[in-house]
Each structure stands twice: as C-alpha cells, then as structure tokens.
Design a protein around this ligand. Structure first.
Ligand SMILES: Cc1ncc(COP(=O)(O)O)c(C=O)c1O
Length: 347
C-alpha cells in the first residue's frame, strides 16, 4: 500500500477519534403533550455543519478506492457547507481543493472555504455546478468528489457511529427511546439514506419523513416515481432541495415526504432561537417545521412518542441573508402568517 495513502487515512481517522459526539437537544414545548421533539446539533462539528461527517466519509471512500494521490487536486460541487468541510480535510492531508459554488452562496461560507485553504470557482446557478466541476476536473486532471452521486454510498450505513447510530444511542434513556419519526431534509439525500437504511437494518418501528422546500423536484419524484424530473428554478433554502433527482437520493428508504413552504422554513428557523437560544440555518427551519407537522398529526391521532430531527448548521453563516429582515422580505417574502401560527400554537 502507498505510504502517503496510509498516512492520509490515518490522519482522517485520528481526527475523528479526537472528536466528541454532537448534542441531542430536547425542545421545551410543553403544549405538545406526550410528544417530545429532539434536535441533533450538527453545527458543533469542527467545520460547523452535518457535512463534516459527509466530507470525512467521501475522503475516506475516495482514498480507499485509490482515487486520491499525493498530488491530486480535489474538486467539489457544493452550495457551500460540503465545500467548507472538504477544504478542511484536503488541507489536513495536504492536497489542493477547489469548490465549484453558485454565486448566491453565503459570503461567510466562501470566507470559510478560503480560510481552510480552498479556492473558489463560481457558477451562475446551482444547476451548472455538476457540469462545471466535471469540466474543471478534466481540464486540470483533478478528482471530482461528486457528493451528489457518492454521498449515499460513502457512509457506513450499518453503524460505525454514523448519524443514525448516534441518534438511537443518545435516545436510549428518554421516555420514548425509539423515535416514532425521524425527519430530515435532502440536499444530496445522503443523510436521509443513512437514516432510512439504519432503521431497516435494526428493525426499528420508526418512520422516516423527508421534508422538501419549494422549487425542488425530490417531492414530485417521490410521489410519481419519475427520476427524470427537472426544475428550472433553484431552491431558496440553502443546502437543500435540488432541481434534478440526484443519484444519491434514495426514495426506497423514505416512508413519507412533506413539502414545506420557504416562508415556513424561515419563520421556524427564527422562532427556534427563542426556544433554544441559538441560531440555526434555514434547512433546520425546514426540518423543524416538518417535525412539528408530524407532531400535530400524532396529537390528532392521540399518539404519544418522540420525533428526532437535525440542526444542520449554525445561523451565524446566514446573518446577511436569512437573519436580515430586508433580505428575507426581498428573497423569501412575508413570513408573518407562519410566525404568528408558531407563537400561537407553541408560545
Ligand atoms: C445546511 C444543510 N442542510 C441540510 C443538507 C442536506 O443533507 P444531505 O446532503 O445529506 O441530504 C445540506 C446538504 O448540503 C446542507 O448543507
């Protein structure tokens, strides 16, 4: 075995070994009687999002498949978070990294990619990321990591402390230790694939609901079974929702899908800060709106239980956008109906 590859794998595994697990918050929502909602806080990874897990898995997968050598430039198509995490691992093993990102990507993420030593290659909009990355990789002889294809298979879905195993372990001492539902949004679909497979592998009585923002084709494709659907518009919830059905998206392990209005995602994200005292990103708003919708359905059916969803990244990355009322008014629209309904229902 090549010594450089052995060292690179060793460095990534040592980094994982030094890491602590991410916290599972229980939301204080007394009006949801008999139903507990939990948020797994993925913002506390060293690179600030759930994509830290994916980036680690993609690097190990590529290294162990002989795709990355000492002088390989890594290229990735990303709305930002994956690129931040991959830049961190690229620097750790000493290879150059180029992120192909839409020009709408939050400036703070661009700064973070550069902070970790990555270079930026802008494209006009999300649908162009894939082809631009392939072309760039071809031109410079680099390796296109391609999270939208490989996310679902790079992660060890049977365990190895993946996100699903971590959730079920952390739930062990709760009143309802086996969640009735896991709720997750999809960007690559990799996280939902891991959750859905793990539920089946362990035989848990847990249903997986995937939430989808406006302008994404995942929902329609799930309902119709048509994987060729495309949308001309880009998702306005950064990190999730795609204009085409990515290879990594695995509908077969999803029990339900739910469409969430973008204004509801933003209203929930802002409301959450008053509940747990910390800012989350907009995809967390989508997740939590979905979890609350599931909770309301359980209440109507007189069911008790627990629901787990993810806090995907911190709101500090979006202070100029989703936390800026003028930007929200221009780019998302009026959120007051959802804000009022959240306060009226949960306080
Ligand atoms: C902020 C954020 N939330 C959620 C997701 C969705 O995760 P996945 O790609 O595993 O579907 C992403 C993925 O890019 C993301 O960046």
């Amino acid at each position: 075995m090549n010594n450089w590859v052995r060292n690179a794998v060793g460095k990534i595994n040592a980094d994982a070994h030094r890491s602590a697990d991410t916290h599972l918050f229980k939301l204080p929502l007394p009006r949801l009687e008999g139903i507990d909602i939990y948020l797994k806080d993925e913002s506390t990874h060293p690179t600030g999002s759930l994509k830290h897990r994916l980036a680690r898995s993609l690097f190990l997968y590529a290294l162990c498949n002989g795709k990355i050598k000492e002088d390989t430039t890594i290229i990735e198509a990303s709305s930002g978070s994956t690129a931040v995490s991959e830049a961190y691992f690229a620097r750790m093993i000493g290879v150059p990294f180029i992120a192909v990102v839409p020009k709408s990507t939050a400036r703070s993420k661009i700064r973070l990619i550069e902070f970790h030593g990555g270079q930026i290659h802008f494209v006009d909009a999300a649908p162009q990321m894939h082809d631009a990355s392939e072309k760039l990789a071809h031109k410079i002889g680099g390796y296109f990591m391609d999270q939208f294809t490989y996310a679902e298979r790079a992660t060890d879905w049977r365990g190895n402390n993946n996100i699903a195993e971590s959730v079920f372990t952390q739930m062990a001492r709760e009143p309802h230790p086996i969640p009735s539902h896991l709720v997750m949004s999809a960007g690559t679909g990799g996280t939902s694939a891991t959750l859905g497979r793990y539920i089946r592998y362990k035989g848990y009585d847990t249903e997986l609901t995937v939430v989808d923002p406006e302008n994404s084709v995942f929902y329609d494709s799930f309902i119709s079974g048509d994987r060729s659907l495309v949308s001309k518009k880009s998702s306005r919830v950064e990190g999730i929702g795609r204009p085409k059905v990515e290879h990594s998206f695995q509908p077969g392990v999803i029990d339900h899908m739910l469409q969430v209005p973008d204004a509801a995602s933003v209203a929930t994200m802002l409301w959450l800060e008053g509940v747990i005292g910390r800012k989350a990103g907009p995809s967390t708003g989508t997740n939590l709106w979905g979890a609350l919708s599931v909770a309301q359905a359980m209440l109507r059916e007189n069911r008790q239980g627990s629901i787990v969803t993810l806090l995907c990244d911190s709101g500090d990355r979006y202070l100029d956008t989703y936390y800026n009322p003028e930007w929200v008014a221009d780019c998302i629209g009026d959120c007051t109906t959802y804000t009022n309904s959240l306060h009226a229902t949960y306080g």
